[in-house]
Design a protein around this ligand. Structure first.
Ligand code: OMP
Length: 270
């Protein structure tokens, strides 16, 4: 099954646009023995409220071989126990073509992720090895949520900011490959609205809600693709955004309650 179909199914099944970020800091495993055990608990508690799980590779690589093993076990655990929920590996890869080939193998063959985040700074040949894997999702960084995002992404080139150029280029790639999505942070809702106008039908991963302080209501009203089926019998909710949260869920005293609350809050505005 292609990534986009898998994602759609998970969104429908769990009535959710929530992506749970699995970023366990080895200094803070809340009493669990390993990153895998920590994640297993989070996954079991939140799987019914999530449409996607997103492990960030640095948290595991920083823990050495054991961390890499725990990431592998985490992804396998999700595939085996919650096969409907896709795994997005947040690795922000991208390099010269033949090196990107290896990054694509790392994400899709070694880790067996359904999708990966990709940094487009090196241009088309750095993204192409990921695009060629048409059954997997390629999330292109467009406007990130961090304070430094404006250093480069906001630079105006030929009368438009670089992030708009990235959005337009991603649209062109998507026409050919069909597996492109964007990353757009919740911390800049005006830019989110601008990008939505340029790419009306593409799904965005939206980090920055929760610990980074992005406003949920504005994010959803500026970024959701509105549903036009108000006459159909079944309620068809708006889609087009995956709202990602890591620390605010995994370090909550009840990850289950935190995930359910955020899922329900998102749904209020759909
Ligand atoms: P929390 O702030 O704890 O919800 O974590 C955010 C997660 O999203 C981290 O794994 C970040 O690496 C990731 N992220 C951003 O915070 N901002 C971005 O613009 C893009 C990402 C990402 O690609 O997921």
């Amino acid at each position: 099954m292609k990534f986009q179909e898998k994602l759609e199914k998970a969104i429908e099944k769990n009535d959710s646009l929530l992506c749970v970020g699995l970023d366990p800091d080895i200094q803070n495993l809340s009493g669990e023995k390993s990153q895998f055990e920590f994640n297993k608990k989070i996954i079991d508690q939140t799987a019914t409220f999530a449409c996607c799980f997103k492990p960030q590779i640095a948290f595991y690589a920083a823990a050495g071989l054991k961390g890499v093993e725990d990431l592998t076990r985490t992804i396998t655990y999700i595939h085996n126990n919650y096969p409907l929920i896709p795994v997005l590996l947040d690795a922000k890869r991208g390099d010269v073509g033949h090196t990107s080939e290896m990054y694509a193998k790392e994400a899709f063959d070694f880790f067996n992720a359904d999708a990966v985040t990709v940094n487009p700074y090196l241009g088309f040949d750095s993204v192409e090895p990921f695009l060629n894997r048409k059954d997997r999702g390629v999330f292109v960084l467009c406007k990130t949520s961090n304070p430094g995002a404006s250093d480069f992404q906001g630079l105006v080139i030929e009368r438009e900011p670089l992030y708009i150029k990235v959005a337009k280029k991603s649209l062109t790639w998507n026409k050919k490959y069909g597996n492109v999505l964007l990353v757009v942070g919740a911390t800049s809702p005006n830019e989110l609205m601008e990008i939505r106008k340029v790419v009306p039908n593409m799904t965005f991963l939206v980090p920055g809600i929760g610990a980074q302080g992005g406003d949920l209501k504005t994010t959803l009203s500026n970024g959701l693709i509105k549903s036009h089926s108000s006459f159909s019998r079944k309620r068809e909710s708006s889609k087009g955004l995956i709202i990602s949260a890591s620390r605010s869920i995994i370090y909550n005293s009840s990850p289950r309650a935190a995930a359910q609350k955020l899922r329900d809050e998102i749904n209020k505005y759909r």
